[in-house]
Design a protein around this ligand. Structure first.
Ligand SMILES: Cc1cc2nc3c(=O)[nH]c(=O)nc-3n(C[C@H](O)[C@H](O)[C@H](O)COP(=O)(O)O)c2cc1C
Length: 361
């Protein structure tokens, strides 16, 4: 059988991908201050609808999960209404879009949150990387509260209601963000989970929270449109995982039974996650090979496809700067320069003004 190329259609659970070029989730901090998506966000995503699949920027499931100011939410009716405009624009442009549900856990700051609360994570261990605050400055996250068992129950409930809201808002599915230092990852990693109860200690304890979330969300909206993002052993974002292989093998062993739409997996330098986990994952695998490195290129993306290590590949920065990325990849065209000064600033500059070379269709 000829190996798939970036341009071969694919299936991922209930989703049909017109190509294997996935837009990776990217926080852009352009929601209204109450977390409602803006019409400008609809324009941004619709411009990128030629992706095989768009994964939205991380979206908080509840105010307690808000990690930075102007990150969008999915807990209120006004959020659902705002996202409906986004999903309709993407669908009208022929695209497919899932919502990335991103609970900050310990990542956050009272001044970066609508409800002004102190963030809570598995343990009271602070992160140091500054976050965007409401007054436009950046501040180091405060020491989080240790989540109580009630907090854990509430977080599971919040993921479920956000997933239900995502479907009501017209998303084609949901991706649970369990990578890059967000809440489920904080339960998995060594330096952020010091718990001695059922949610810490042993491998079975560490994987319990992510498993509960994935099972509950799958029950609520269907496993075949529920996905998970993992970044095993990737030391970025102040995460330390001393021996990721047994933890993630155990997690995938359990997740395989659910029949999820896909696994979105970041490769790492110290732990070759794709090589180790591809044979252990029964379903569709979307690889990301760009973290910690230069932005994913066409040749870097083709490698895991050719090696049978992935079914599709996600591009972050490539899509950020090129609304027409699949067209540019197909024709070997050059990429726009990244406007780093306007990565996270409100307004269209550095957001919806990147030129497209594809004039129509
Ligand atoms: C501006 C920006 C924001 C990002 N926000 C998120 C996010 O909200 N959720 C997430 O899972 N990853 C996020 N990422 C990581 C990307 O999804 C992707 O994994 C990373 O950019 C590496 O891929 P690339 O080399 O193709 O850019 C972000 C990356 C960038 C550049």
């Amino acid at each position: 059988m000829t190996p798939a190329t970036l341009f071969t259609p694919a299936k991922a659970g209930r989703l049909t991908l017109r190509n294997r070029i996935v837009m990776a989730p990217m926080t852009r901090l352009r929601a209204a201050v109450d977390g409602t998506p803006t019409p400008e966000m609809a324009t941004y995503y619709a411009q990128r609808a030629s992706a095989g699949l768009i994964v939205s920027e991380g979206i908080w499931p509840s105010p307690a999960g808000q990690s930075e100011w102007r990150v969008p939410g999915l807990s209120e009716e006004r959020h659902v209404n705002g996202w409906q405009v986004v999903t309709r624009a993407v669908h009208d442009a022929g695209g497919t879009i899932v919502a990335q549900i991103m609970h900050g856990g310990r990542n956050g700051h009272p001044k970066a949150r609508i409800d002004g609360s102190v963030p809570a994570g598995p343990s009271a261990v602070a992160k140091t990387e500054p976050v965007h605050l409401a007054d436009g400055t950046k501040g180091a996250p405060v020491t989080p509260r240790e989540m109580t068992l009630d907090d854990i129950e509430q977080a599971v409930t919040d993921y479920v209601s956000a997933a239900v809201n995502a479907v009501r808002a017209g998303f084609d599915g949901v991706e649970i963000h369990a990578a890059n230092s967000y809440l489920p990852h904080q339960f998995l990693a060594d330096n952020t989970n010091m718990r001695t109860d059922n949610y810490g200690g042993s491998i079975a304890g560490r994987i319990r929270f992510p498993l509960r979330v994935l099972r509950a969300v799958s029950d609520a909206v269907g496993a075949d449109r529920t996905a998970i993002r993992l970044s095993p052993g990737n030391p970025q974002f102040e995460m330390r995982e001393l021996d990721p292989a047994p933890v993630y093998r155990a997690l995938l062993h359990e997740l395989n039974d659910l029949g999820l739409a896909y696994l979105h997996l970041t490769d790492a330098d110290d732990y070759p996650a794709l090589h180790d986990l591809r044979p252990r994952w029964a379903g569709t695998l979307v690889a990301n090979v760009g973290e910690n490195r230069a932005a994913t290129t066409r040749s870097a993306a083709e490698r895991p496809l050719a090696q049978g290590l992935a079914d599709a590949v996600s591009f972050g920065r490539g899509f950020l700067v090129n609304p027409d990325l699949p067209y540019r990849l197909r024709h070997g065209l050059s990429w726009n320069e990244m406007d780093t000064a306007h990565l996270y600033t409100p307004g269209p500059t550095g957001y919806t003004d990147y030129p497209s070379l594809r004039s129509a269709g």
